[in-house]
Design a protein around this ligand. Structure first.
Ligand SMILES: [Mg+2]
Length: 264
């Protein structure tokens, strides 16, 4: 069960940050990258609500409007976010290196590949088309608006399992780049793998990452790993291709009768 931005496409999960910053800028609020990334992975309307409740954003909103942000503000922001995201998304949602080859290899071995996301179906549609053209074709894709709720609820993953006819949940693995991905996987009773280098917690596109001095790379990877482990990840990998050997290890654990979450 693969996440999208920061896991299979969009190295660094840049598209949502750029779109969110553009959205808040319209209202005179300079949104920091850190604030934009804090609750990444949630359904985008839930994400916008979380951002509006952050201390510094709320203070800026109060100063600008002389009132607290309310649910109507969340709805309006989300309404404006959808078209904005659609113009920004395609440019930043290129497949991450190695993803198409890795997933095709898994599928040839008989693994079924599902996917979930914080994007609505409308937002994901052009990304899915682009991914398929690039050689990555998940066997199922479920968006929050089709499952009743986004992360950390497990419904998207359970719907994927049903579409793929795969059970019990302990034979499934959730792979994603945010804490909410890990919570989603745990809530579904699945194994979880957190990805670091390509994801939101490192938050850098491939070109910027390549420029980074080795000691800074090590520090950022360690920070991302710590956050994902703290969220409860069974395993952590730098990127999706690095998950192949972990999947083999999970197979061995399953034949030894070990369940997800036992961290053995
Ligand atoms: Mg992601």
């Amino acid at each position: 069960m693969l996440d999208w931005a920061g896991t299979t496409v969009d190295h660094g999960s840049m598209a949502p940050v750029i779109a969110l910053q553009a959205l808040f800028a319209r209202y005179g609020i300079v949104l920091s990258g850190e604030d934009a990334r804090r609750d990444m992975g949630l359904l985008k309307s839930d994400h916008i609500r979380k951002i509006l409740s952050l201390c510094d954003v709320r203070a800026k909103w109060l100063a600008l409007t002389s009132r607290e942000p309310v649910e109507e503000d969340v709805a309006r922001f989300f309404e404006e976010f959808v078209p904005l995201q659609k113009t920004i998304l395609p440019r930043h949602s290129m497949l991450i290196e190695g993803v198409a080859e890795t997933v095709t290899g898994w599928q040839r071995r008989g693994l079924r590949v599902g996917s979930s996301t914080g994007y609505t179906r409308e937002m994901l549609a052009p990304i899915l088309t682009q991914a398929i053209a690039g050689g990555y074709r998940p066997d199922a894709t479920v968006c929050p608006d089709e499952a009743g709720a986004g992360r950390p609820a497990p419904w998207m993953l359970m719907r994927n399992a049903q579409l793929l006819d795969v059970y019990p949940p302990s034979v499934c693995v959730k792979i994603g780049d945010t804490e909410s991905d890990i919570e989603e996987g745990i809530n579904a009773g699945m194994w979880t793998i957190g990805v670091t280098r390509t994801g939101n917690l490192v938050g850098m596109d491939a070109a910027s990452w390549a420029q980074l001095p080795p000691e800074e790379k090590a520090g950022k990877l360690a920070g991302a790993e710590e956050s994902l482990r703290h969220a409860g990840a069974d395993f952590v990998a730098e990127d999706l291709p690095a998950c192949s050997s972990i999947l083999a290890g999970i197979d061995r654990r399953l034949s030894d009768g070990v369940s997800p979450g036992s961290r053995k």
